[in-house]
Design a protein around this ligand. Structure first.
Ligand code: G6P
Length: 608
């Protein structure tokens, strides 16, 4: 998936600012890093396997009088992480240099064709063909924009591109199916995969659509369709502060984002509440609430787990049959979508390739709604309508605040639909809304009183090689998400299971070497969950419990207890996941892992 940035500026410090921007894009991949900077009529390229800070060290002291440069941080897809496969990539003469995010599906054919014309390739990447194609077409006397137009029309697959040529102080760009945003400054302009890359220098942005390309100079922006037609796109002003996009004193982005959840939930919920009646306001639905006959939720990873909780909300509160599917599975099935289905694509980034693929398929037979955190992202542009979570930028690869805001929004949606369909009364709606509005302060209270205890439990869990997470009913998806968090960042194998299913398999694993984390907050199934605890205890398994209220019997059975404030049953999933995120965080940090950039993972998976 990779992160790319380009800066064209009269203000200088091109190298330093490209590196700074790349550091804020490292969540997109960190297999290698590189920069290309134009000085006079030459392009200087430095690229290396490893992280951005390593490249920064190597370039310390190097100064380039320059007005334009590009940078790249890589998540390898074609060609192993290595110096030659690092971006930027250049044409044969080193006169055209580019950074690419995406996958060129027809690169083998193009490579053959270009080799036949005498082009020499230096890497195994798909991206390098683009530089040689541009060389081929500019060689025919075309101006650079014409060459770019011909090039992008030959490419199959996905690409966001920033491109330099040695003859101009200009930055060229193009986008298809990979994100690319322009930033408009004073005497300087930017192009990057994501807004935080250039947020210190401007908050005026243009989100490019698929099939758009163009040219940036320090004072000008030209945008064209791939057909060559010139277009005008007004900028949007981003309200995220840079502090929101940085660590604010926390050791890791993940810890900061865990602590931001009270605010993020408030920011997501408050604008949708009519305070006179404590009723939910949702005006964006692409289909009338009473017409919806069936809901399909498609998502990946943590967002999929949010969808599983959403199923409970939508079925129990809104009375609508709801199916939840992994986007990667749905997109290759022959789905049967009943008439009047509403498809909901849940995605933090709005750029997950499988979710986009599944959404495209679902849209053939249903109206669609995106639940998304990133303004102007691909999924929001493809869906018929969007409900935004207002979690702010989520930088840590392991998703936290996006999840709890997704749950909050799914609950609001269920309340709205339930009321409109006459399944719940306005009084029932108002009651749950007022409890949801009080949730952020309960979360803060829990963090104040429990974090140290959770830290100790995280450290204890870090000494095991495996862990089991059990929960039931609304908390079954929370067991899945708690286990996912632990494996993502601590690399401890963890399995989430419905507590009632334990007797059908996982119980065979129980002994003193396998700790079990029980989600045992108050619910109608709590007695049954307690029986599962007895079964584990009698097999010498260690137990950590998440409890609410007074539960002496459960405390007696548990080796460690985390206390969660008492909330409505529907709100427990939202608050319960937070201590489990912290258990994973403290386990991983104790083990010395790179919490924000766990191995092999990327924040936004824009490839299949
Ligand atoms: C990746 C991330 C996960 C995320 C998933 C779905 O795997 O590492 O944290 O849950 O993608 O991402 P999305 O942006 O669609 O929610």
């Amino acid at each position: 998936m990779c992160g790319i940035i380009g800066i064209v500026s009269d203000k200088g410090n091109i190298k330093g600012r490209i590196i700074e921007g790349l550091k804020r894009l490292e969540y997109r991949g960190y297999d290698s890093a590189g920069v290309a900077i134009k000085t006079d009529s030459k392009i200087f390229v430095h690229k290396k396997k490893g992280k951005v800070y390593q490249m920064e060290e190597e370039l310390k002291g190097a100064n380039f009088p320059s007005r334009v440069g590009i940078g790249h941080t890589r998540w390898a897809t074609h060609g192993e992480p290595s110096d030659p496969n690092s971006h930027p990539h250049s044409d044969c003469r080193g006169e055209i240099t580019l950074a690419h995010n995406g996958i060129i599906e027809n690169y083998q054919e193009l490579k053959e064709e270009l080799r036949g014309k005498g082009h020499r390739f230096r890497s195994q990447t798909d991206s390098e063909v683009i530089a040689h194609l541009l060389e081929e077409y500019t060689g025919e006397g075309a101006n650079f924009l014409d060459a770019l137009k011909r090039t992008v029309n030959r490419l199959e697959g996905s690409f966001a591109l920033v491109i330099l040529n040695s003859k101009e102080d200009a930055l060229y760009f193009a986008r298809k199916d990979s994100p690319l945003v322009l930033g408009l400054g004073e005497g300087e302009n930017f192009a990057a995969s994501d807004v935080p890359a250039f947020l210190p220098w401007t908050n005026r942005v243009i989100f490019l659509e698929n099939g758009e390309m163009g040219k940036l100079t320090p004072s000008g922006v030209e945008i064209y369709k791939f057909s060559g037609e010139k277009i005008d796109k007004p900028p949007t002003t981003i309200t995220w502060s840079l502090a929101q996009a940085e660590k604010s004193g926390y050791k890791h982005f993940m810890l900061k984002e865990i602590h931001e959840q009270a605010k993020a939930i408030g920011d997501t919920v408050n604008p949708r509440i009519n305070r006179d009646r404590n009723s939910v306001v949702i005006e964006e639905l692409p289909i009338s609430p009473t017409e919806i006959n069936h809901i399909l939720i498609i998502a990946c990873g943590t967002s999929y787990h949010a969808g599983l909780v959403g199923k409970f909300y939508l079925e129990e509160i809104a009375g609508i049959k709801t199916e939840v599917d992994y986007a990667s599975e749905f997109r290759y099935r022959k789905p049967v979508l009943p008439p009047s289905t509403l498809t909901i694509a849940v995605s933090q980034s709005g750029e997950t390739a499988d979710t986009i693929g599944a959404l495209r398929k679902a849209r053939q037979g249903s109206k669609s709604l995106a639940i998304c955190n990133v303004l102007g992202s691909s999924i929001t542009r493809e869906a018929d309508a969007t409900l935004y979570t207002h979690a702010g930028p989520e930088i840590s690869v392991a998703s936290t605040k996006a999840f709890t805001t997704q749950l909050s929004l799914l609950l609001l949606l269920a309340l709205y639909l339930g009321r409109e369909r006459g399944i719940i009364t306005p009084e029932q709606e108002a009651d749950l809304v007022s409890k949801l509005l009080a949730l952020p302060s309960k979360i803060e209270q829990m963090l104040r009183s429990q974090e140290e205890k959770i830290r100790q439990i995280g450290i204890e869990i870090s000494s095991y090689r495996n862990a089991l997470y059990l929960g039931r009913h609304l908390n079954y998806p929370i067991a899945l998400e708690g286990a996912l968090k632990l494996k993502e960042i601590s690399y401890i194998h963890a399995e989430g299971y419905p507590a009632g299913e334990m007797k059908h398999g996982p119980i065979a694993l129980i002994d003193e070497s396998l700790p079990t984390v029980f989600i045992a907050t108050e619910s109608k199934v709590l007695d049954k969950v307690r029986s599962n605890m007895e079964e584990i205890k009698s097999r010498r398994g260690r137990i950590v419990s998440l409890i609410s209220g007074k539960q002496p019997a459960i405390e007696e059975l548990s080796d460690g207890v985390i206390r969660v404030p008492q909330v409505d049953e529907y709100l427990y999933p939202i608050i319960n996941i937070i201590p489990l995120q912290l258990v994973a965080y403290y386990a991983a940090d104790f083990l010395g892992h790179d919490v924000d950039q766990p191995r092999n993972l990327a924040k936004s998976v824009t490839v299949e």
